[in-house]
Design a protein around this ligand. Structure first.
Ligand SMILES: Cc1cc2nc3c(=O)[nH]c(=O)nc-3n(C[C@H](O)[C@H](O)[C@H](O)COP(=O)(O)OP(=O)(O)OC[C@H]3O[C@@H](n4cnc5c(N)ncnc54)[C@H](O)[C@@H]3O)c2cc1C
Length: 387
C-alpha cells in the first residue's frame, strides 16, 4: 500500500475521513460567517452552537462527560481544520477540550464533572484565569488570594488576559490559599455562571492585535464568596494541575498554528497563481516560489511534530511535556513566519482586510505568546534535556 505523508505520522483511514468532514464543515458553516463577526467586532458565540450541533465540540472528551469520545489526533485535526479558516472558534474548542477538559475529568468532583457535561451538551464557553499584571511567565508570582471562611473561600485579586472571560459559562481561576510564596500555596477553583457574582467584575476587554471580535478580559475578584465545593482537586495542587494540563493545551495551540500555516499556504498559492506582473503569474518568479516552498516544508515539519505528540498521548504516554513544548514552539514560529510571507506575497492586498492573510498574521502572533511564551517553552525543552 502506498504511504501518504499523513500515514507516516500514525493517522488511520478514519482520521482522513474525519479531516474531510471537518474541512467541509469549516468551509460551509464557518468561513461564510467570518466577515460578519470581524466587521462587527463580535465574538462568534453562535459558531460554538454550530460546532456542538455538528458533533464537533467535545472531540477528545469521553462520552460520559458529554464529549465525542474520539482520540487526541482527532482533536488536533478538528483544531487544525477550523483554525485553517478561523482561529476564534478553534480557540474555544482547544481550551474546553484541553486545559479545562483534562483538568475536570482528572481531578474534578462529581459535581464538577456534571459542569463538564454541561459544557459539551449545552455548547458552553470556558475560560482560564491565571495571568496577573505582575505574574505572566512567572506564574508563581500570582497574588490573588482565596481565604477559607467556614464553608466558603473568599477570592480577592486582579487577573488579565482571561480569554473569553466576560462571555464564559465557566471559569477556572487560580489563587493562593496560603502565603509561604511557593507553588504548594496555589489552588484552583471552578466558577460556573461567573457573571452572577457581584464582586466578580469584568472591568474591560483588553484591546488587542486580534481585533475587537476577540474577548480578552481584565477581571477584578473583589470579595467573591465561593462555596468550598468549587475547589478543584486538592488545596495546594492548583499549579500542578495547570502544568499537567499544559501538555494537551500546548498540543492544541500547535494545532491552531498548523491550521493557520495551511491557511496561509492555501491563500498564497492561489493568489500567486492568479496575480500577474511583468506579463506572468508571480508564482513564476523564483523569489515568490521559494517563499511558497519554505512555507510548505515548514508546514509539514510542524504537522509531523504536532501529530507525533498527539499519537504518543493516544499510545498511552504518561507525559509528553518536552514534545508538546517543541510542537507548540516550532509550529507557532512557523505560523508567524508563514503569515508574514503570505502578506508579502499578497503585496498591498495582503495588508488590507479584504484578504484573510492579514487576519492570519494577527492570529499567529498570539500563538507565540499564550500557553507559555516560546521563550519559556524553550526553557522547558532545554531543561528536559537533562532529566
Ligand atoms: C492572546 C492571548 C491570550 C491569552 N490568554 C490567556 C488566558 O486565557 N488565561 C491566562 O491566564 N493568560 C492568558 N494569556 C496570558 C499569557 O499566558 C501571558 O501573556 C504569558 O504567560 C506571558 O506573560 P506576560 O505577557 O506577562 O509576559 P512576561 O512574562 O512579562 O514576558 C515578557 C518577555 O520576557 C520573556 N521572558 C519572561 N521570562 C523569561 C524567561 N524565564 N526566559 C526567557 N524569556 C523570558 C517572555 O518570553 C517575553 O518575551 C494570554 C495572552 C495572550 C497574548
Amino acid at each position: 500500500m502506498e504511504l501518504t505523508m499523513h500515514d507516516t505520522i500514525g493517522l488511520e483511514p478514519r482520521h482522513h475521513d474525519f479531516r474531510e468532514r471537518v474541512r467541509s464543515f469549516s468551509e460551509t458553516e464557518i468561513e461564510p460567517a467570518i466577515e460578519k463577526y470581524e466587521e462587527r467586532g463580535e465574538f462568534p458565540t453562535e459558531l460554538i452552537d454550530v460546532l456542538g450541533d455538528a458533533g464537533l465540540y467535545g472531540i477528545n472528551v469521553p462520552e460520559e462527560f458529554g464529549g465525542e469520545g474520539l482520540d487526541t489526533r482527532s482533536f488536533v485535526i478538528a483544531v487544525e481544520e477550523i483554525s485553517r479558516v478561523y482561529k476564534l472558534p478553534a480557540g474555544v474548542l482547544s481550551l474546553s477540550c484541553g486545559l479545562i477538559g483534562h483538568t475536570l475529568q482528572n481531578v474534578g468532583t462529581e459535581r464538577q464533572k456534571e459542569w463538564l457535561r454541561d459544557i459539551f451538551t449545552e455548547n458552553q464557553i470556558t475560560a482560564v484565569s491565571l495571568t496577573e499584571p505582575q505574574a505572566g511567565s512567572d506564574a508563581n508570582a500570582l497574588e490573588t488570594t482565596a481565604e477559607r471562611d467556614g464553608d466558603e473561600y473568599i477570592l480577592n485579586g486582579h487577573k488579565v488576559w482571561t480569554t473569553h472571560g466576560e462571555i464564559a459559562d465557566l471559569i477556572l481561576v487560580v489563587a493562593r490559599t496560603d502565603d509561604t510564596g511557593n507553588h504548594n500555596d496555589v489552588s484552583m477553583f471552578a466558577i460556573p455562571d461567573p457573571q452572577e457574582y457581584d464582586g466578580l467584575k469584568f472591568i474591560r476587554n483588553i484591546p488587542c492585535m486580534e481585533g475587537d471580535a476577540a474577548v480578552e478580559s481584565e477581571v477584578i475578584y473583589d470579595d467573591v464568596r465561593l462555596p468550598a465545593e468549587f475547589l478543584v482537586g486538592e488545596e495546594g495542587k492548583g499549579f500542578q494541575y495547570i502544568m499537567q494540563a499544559l501538555d494537551i493545551g500546548r498540543i492544541g495551540v500547535a494545532a491552531q498554528a498548523v491550521g493557520i500555516t495551511q491557511g496561509c499556504l492555501d491563500a498564497s498559492t492561489e493568489y500567486a497563481d492568479e496575480r500577474e506582473q511583468f506579463g506572468q503569474p508571480i508564482r513564476d518568479f523564483q523569489g515568490v516560489s521559494f517563499k511558497l516552498a519554505d512555507m510548505k516544508m515548514n508546514l509539514e515539519a510542524s504537522r509531523l511534530l504536532t501529530y507525533q505528540t498527539a499519537a504518543r498521548l493516544d499510545g498511552g504516554a504518561d507525559s509528553v511535556t518536552q514534545e508538546a513544548s517543541m510542537a507548540k514552539t516550532f509550529a507557532t514560529d512557523v505560523a508567524m513566519d508563514a503569515a508574514t510571507e503570505a502578506v508579502q506575497i499578497h503585496g498591498s492586498r495582503g495588508y488590507s482586510t479584504d484578504y484573510p492573510v492579514e487576519r492570519y498574521m494577527r492570529e499567529a502572533k498570539g500563538t507565540q505568546i499564550y500557553e507559555g511564551t516560546n521563550e519559556v517553552n524553550r526553557t522547558v525543552i532545554a531543561r528536559d534535556l537533562y532529566e
